[in-house]
Write a protein of this length. Structure first.
Length: 558
């Protein structure tokens, strides 16, 4: 037997042993639930035969019977909730075979090379990760497994292959196949009955705990009825938590064994290329994180969502590679076929993944509407960057008005000179008061602009139902000092655009950028911090003189 086969059998055996341990916990729980009923049967049988009759036996018989009835009722309720509770699904963009025949062909061929069942379907996630997701719950409609081998299995039994959307745009076709090999290899464990049963049990427990935790938190028309329903669910939740804690270690070891077996099986497929492809995974993650936090987040905060995030990650990573010289032969690599060519309409898929990213990481609504519209990269500088600067500059001057700060000398209108004169005063707590006022203004505006997340029919079809999507915020709340520095920087940029011929721009790694003479100005933050942190206006005045910005001239605000 080959080393791959030995490693594979060892990993699979370890996973199966842990799965059996999980199933033993289920069997023990059932045995404990049936124990009072068994004792009651013995007592009644003893009464019939005359060995346990009269005296206290009759009282014990009825007491144990009542206890058994209660325990059986609780067991039925717990079992029903565990079976019927809907396990959580990862929010994804579903990809049909018609929209990506080449991608499905790649996955099917990969499964045949690995001698494993093919995934039932393919979906994309707006993140740098890939995994298999079991959607065999009756409420989760899953298409039939693709390919002749998978077709012999029961409909909906094969898991869904979820692929990180940045991988499709950044990686080449061969790299994607190498990265997906160990993931697709995991379908072999999904076909193992003991592992599949253990996973269903653990997922059911997890769903029951979530259902019990959420039962009393949602508003409803029938408050008293909902409260009555919550009482048994609390008990079910406690029992499910107890069982889940007992299964946790075994379930974790089972999944590690599954991963080890899949990795060993995949070593025979593109192993050398997989090492190189893993470097691109790390690079894609770095570029994706920068793109979301520096480029997408400013747009999301003002009600715009970039509609081509995955195409943007290519530009961001190209710029990152150019700056840091991360890889030799980079240009020749880009000459190979990108994995997004496996899609029939990559632009449409990119737009759907971009909207889902906005919903996951920022909480935006499901549909485009008032205050929530897409923006292309060509329009980003004018419609996002310039608007962001002028909105923040206007907010800065409103707070100055509220603090009673007089306008600066010169023509009537908001000027940068007013801001510099106020922050450069020798009086204590000046910057703190302004920062606090800006923080309060931002909080009020965000609360007023918050839009309830609208659920669409597409959500129900994807299995999310009416449940809100999980929210993974990209950044912690900004401090007052950070907001003050951002607003002063925005005011300086507005003055540069209006008085010195500068222009708003987009830096793929750093987000909004000020272009002076067509080149990005990267030395503005230090003078601004000197003013906002130390009250020293000298460095900023020197920068304004060097770039030809006129702080006394009024600027246009929104």
């Amino acid at each position: 037997m080959s080393s791959t086969g030995i490693g594979e059998s060892i990993g699979s055996q370890a996973a199966r042993l842990r799965a059996l341990a999980v199933l033993r916990i289920r069997s023990r729980a059932l045995a404990v639930a049936l124990l009072p009923a068994a004792v009651a049967v013995v007592l009644f049988a003893g009464g019939v035969t005359g060995h346990m009759s009269g005296g206290g036996w009759d009282s014990a018989r009825w007491a144990v019977s009542a206890c058994a009835l209660v325990v059986l009722l609780v067991t039925v309720v717990v079992a029903a909730v565990i079976v019927r509770a809907k396990p959580a699904l990862s929010p994804t963009v579903e990809i049909s075979e018609r929209s990506a025949p080449d991608l499905y062909r790649l996955v099917r061929d990969l499964a045949e090379r690995l001698e494993v069942p093919a995934p039932s379907t393919v979906a994309l996630t707006p993140d740098c990760d890939s995994w298999l997701e079991d959607r065999t719950h009756p409420a989760h409609a899953v298409p039939r497994a693709m390919g002749p081998k998978a077709g012999r299995r029961r409909s909906g039994e094969a898991p869904v292959l979820v692929i990180g959307s940045p991988f499709l745009w950044w990686m080449r076709v061969a790299e994607l196949r190498a990265v997906l090999a160990p993931v697709v290899a995991g379908t072999a464990s999904s076909a193992q009955p003991d592992i599949a049963a253990a996973r269903r049990f653990v997922r059911g427990l997890d769903a029951a705990v979530a259902l019990a935790s959420d039962s009393g938190q949602r508003p409803g028309r029938f408050g008293p009825l909902r409260q009555l329903r919550r009482v048994p669910l609390v008990l079910v939740g406690q029992i499910a938590r107890l069982l889940l804690r007992g299964c946790q270690t075994h379930a974790g070891e089972m999944e590690r064994g599954v991963a080890a077996a899949a990795s060993e099986r995949a070593q025979a497929v593109d192993y050398g290329l997989r090492i190189v492809a893993q470097e691109q995974v790390g690079l894609a993650y770095a570029g994706w994180d920068r793109l979301l936090t520096r480029v997408a987040l400013p747009a999301w905060r003002m009600g715009r969502w970039p509609s081509r995030l995955d195409a943007g990650v290519v530009s961001a990573l190209t710029e990152l590679s150019r700056r840091d010289r991360l890889a030799e032969g980079f240009a020749s690599r880009l000459g190979e076929r990108p994995a997004c060519d496996l899609l029939e309409e990559p632009g449409t898929i990119d737009e759907a993944a971009s909207l889902l990213a906005a919903r996951l990481f920022h909480g935006g609504p499901a549909e485009t509407g008032a205050g929530w519209s897409p923006v292309g990269w060509q329009q980003y500088p004018e419609e996002v960057v310039d608007r962001k600067w002028r909105t923040e500059a206007a907010r800065l001057h409103r707070v100055l008005d509220d603090l009673g700060v007089p306008p600066s000398e010169g023509p009537h209108g908001p000027t940068l000179a007013r801001v510099i004169a106020h922050l450069g005063r020798p009086a204590p707590e000046v910057g703190e008061n302004l920062a606090a006022g800006i923080s309060a203004e931002v909080a009020r505006e965000e609360a007023a602009a918050s839009v309830p997340v609208v659920r669409s029919q597409g959500d129900a079809l994807n299995g999310w139902g009416a449940d809100p999507l999980p929210l993974f915020p990209l950044q912690p709340p900004r401090t007052g000092r950070e907001l003050l520095a951002d607003h002063v920087t925005a005011m300086v940029c507005c003055a540069a655009v209006d008085t010195a011929g500068a222009a708003p721009g987009l830096d793929w790694l750093d987000g909004p950028a000020l272009l002076i003479g067509g080149a990005r100005s990267a030395d503005l933050m230090s003078p601004v911090l000197s003013l906002t942190e130390d009250g020293d206006a000298g460095p900023l005045r020197a920068w304004l003189t060097k770039t030809g910005v006129r702080p006394e001239k009024p600027v246009r605000l929104v």
